[in-house]
Design a protein around this ligand. Structure first.
Ligand code: F6P
Length: 394
């Protein structure tokens, strides 16, 4: 344990107005001197990850004189001790880039680690390697940027003595404890643009057009892009649908002269009497089941029932790519600088969180904690119903 020092740079930084004030964080005036921190990006990539990397490195160096070690490929880099010290020039020019310069993976859980993915049945507990490499680099803390899996793993790691601050990321927007994750706004923009484009071809051909979006078991992406794109039917995992109700809505539109319909389907949507459609299974990863493909099945069923020509488009990983929107760049930078501030003020084993328009912090989520889902009785669902959107349940 390092001695608690009063730090002169803190006074200078405060004078320069460089320090943020995060509600929920207590400032004691003295902090353990933090000199080196680790940084990793984990889980499926999301637009804005590079903005976080840049924000962390710049704030750490500029405001606090802290060195940042970037681990490659999420916890895999920590297990293997692979990464590099990040300097100003490493993060220059990356704000607008999608992806992450550190690399990521959504298949490596250090507690069930697969050394060789060609032999996924052989897993081992590699958490000891993580602790060893953290200590070897003399890190004072780790900033882990990720979704559910990464954050819950970080919580377990904190039980082994690592001092961790989490930053919530995901296009799914399903992390419990925050109103918003960065990456979501860009994914919504991408999905909405796609829906807009499919609108004109659907109208010209008088077709039913299904657009499948990601989101795992949460319907945030489908709901938001569906409403923004003027979808007639939105199917989300939280509201199981009846095929009858979906077809009735489409036929009602048809009879009233609207000869096309747009149906936005979340990859996790399922019929009242049906199963969720699994695309893939990945051993050893936090989330072993990968979803996708419901729109292909549903398109056949709708065409069979209504006799209307029906097509489907699965947007897939397009939603994770591309340059982050200004909103996501701003949010990612707020989260990054807040995370550095939390490290320097000793607020460990917590996650940066957005509540309303305020950045605050909450404890890291406990493994097994359910994702944040859309409430079927929420204001947003009522709003969508009030303009005639069908969720397939009535
Ligand atoms: O969590 C982000 C996400 O894009 C989900 O929306 C989707 O279900 C999953 O990751 C896809 O994972 P993969 O990249 O392994 O196909």
């Amino acid at each position: 344990m390092q001695p608690a020092l009063s730090v002169p740079w803190r006074a200078t930084a405060r004078k320069k107005n460089l320090l943020l004030t995060i509600p929920g964080l207590c400032h004691t005036g003295t902090v353990n001197r933090i000199q080196r921190i680790g940084l990793l990006t984990g889980g499926g990539d999301a637009p804005g990850l590079n903005a976080v990397v840049r924000g962390v490195v710049k704030a750490a160096i500029n405001s606090y004189g802290i060195r940042v070690f970037g681990f490659y490929d999420a916890f895999r880099g920590l297990v293997r001790g692979k990464g590099k010290w990040l300097h100003w020039n490493n993060v220059s020019g990356i704000l607008t880039q999608g992806g992450t310069i550190l690399g990521t993976t959504n298949r490596d859980n250090p507690f069930h680690y697969v050394d060789n993915h060609r032999r996924p049945e052989r897993t081992r507990d590699a958490s000891g390697d993580v602790v060893r490499n953290y200590r070897k680099l003399k890190l004072d803390a780790l900033i882990a940027v990720g979704g559910d899996g990464t954050l819950q793993c970080s919580c377990r790691m904190s039980g082994l003595g690592l001092r961790i601050v989490g930053v919530p990321k995901t296009i799914d927007n399903d992390v419990r404890g925050t109103d918003l994750t960065f990456g979501f706004n860009t994914a919504v923009t991408t999905a909405t643009e796609a829906i807009d484009k499919l609108h004109s071809t659907a109208a010209s051909h008088h077709r039913v057009m299904l657009v499948e979006v990601m989101g795992r078991t949460a319907g945030w992406l489908a709901l938001t892009s569906g409403v923004a794109g003027g979808a007639d039917v939105i199917l989300i995992p939280e509201i199981p649908y009846r095929l009858d109700a979906v077809c009735a809505k489409i036929m009602h539109r048809n009879r009233s002269g609207k000869r096309f319909s747009i149906v936005v389907v979340s990859e996790g949507a399922r019929a009242v009497d049906g199963e969720i459609v699994v695309r893939d299974r990945v051993a050893g990863s936090f989330e072993q089941v990968r979803l996708g493909g419901i729109s292909a099945i549903l398109a056949r069923q709708i065409e069979g029932r209504t006799g209307l020509e029906t097509r489907y488009t699965i947007l897939g990983h397009l939603q994770r790519g591309g340059t982050p929107t200004p909103f996501d760049r701003f949010l990612a930078t707020r989260f990054a600088t807040a995370a550095v501030e939390m490290v320097t003020s000793g607020q460990f084993n917590r996650m940066v969180s957005l509540r309303g328009d305020t950045v605050t912090s909450v404890p890291l989520s406990i493994p097994g904690c359910a994702p944040r889902l859309v409430s079927p009785r929420s204001q947003d669902i009522r709003m969508a119903r009030s303009i005639g959107t069908c969720f397939g349940d009535e």
